[in-house]
Design a protein around this ligand. Sequence first.
Ligand code: SF4
Ligand code: SF4
Length: 358
Amino acid sequence: MALADMRSPIESGCPDGFQYMHPVMRRNFGLWKYHEHPQPGVLLHVAINGDKVWTVKCGTQRILDTFTLRKLTEIGDKFADGYIHFTLRSNIEYMTDDESKVQPLIKALGDAGFIVGGTANSVAMISHTQGWLHCDIPGTDASGVVKSMMDELIDEFTSCNMPNRVHITTSCCQINCGGQGDIAINVQHTKPPKINHDMVGNICERPTVVARCPVAAIRPAMVDGKPSLEVDEKKCICCGACFPPCPPMQINHPEHSKLAIWVGGNHSNARSKPTFQRLVAAGIPNNPPRWPEATAIVKQILKAYKEGAKDWERINDWIERIGWPKFFDVTGLPFTKYHIDNWRGARNSLNASTHIRF
Ligand code: SF4
Ligand code: SF4
């Protein structure tokens, strides 16, 4: 039964992060002198007043069950003064001001089946999107791709052998999350949506779907006397944007929904300007449960980057220096007609303005 003095729910905004911070971090906010990297997965921050705090980074599978979360937090209570936080890439970080707890913490995590790493010039945990758990557009299972790839790249997570940090991202649809990684594995639909006309009239708000198409390829139509939609397949760029507002416009297909690999995206402007990523491999089979073809290409790119880049060059800096022809040469990836952006429809029909349409 509800309590008489139930608190009112707070529906917006995030809570004050300071309450969750380790006391040493709270005390020294903005007062750090330097930091060191004693070993892969461990950072040491030293404050101006001499205070020290060690951070141990541990990879998780992102979609965490209660049992795993309990296990991770119990380890935090025992070895890290009860303070943890999660990073954007689904790593859990433990903080402690007691150096003698660092190695026992790493051992406890290893004994429980977790891996420590992902700092400095390693391949960080692949950032992956929610997929079928709570999104309405997925074309594939991002978590599965991530799991298979990280199994193969585990040594690059637990060691720091790359020229600089490598961020890998995945997306489970073709249009939203998963961009701007050093390497991004994105879904690529290759056929226009197949419309289930019997369902359109009952489920879809047709003007919304028509407005959603970035190339104006969808028109209202009457099919067998019922209101439905039709797609101009010559215009359709197979983006999948019509599927979320109108599930009867099914675009996912076990064979025709492929994966594409893009490289060189970088938000940071630390050493060079931020860059967009570029397509380097298209039409890769979306092949569960281990996605061997996509993983092999990612490994090929990482190998060439590791061998060819200078210290501190991110993947985009390295490609910028050696040039794209050389990139295809050293990675052994074929350059095909699909790499050439020759689509000229954008200027006339692409919804490229920031105006909202209804
Ligand atoms: S990539 Fe697309 S389908 Fe996946 S979570 Fe993001 S928006 Fe949803
Ligand atoms: S897949 Fe994209 S381009 Fe094709 S009809 Fe749907 S919204 Fe338009």
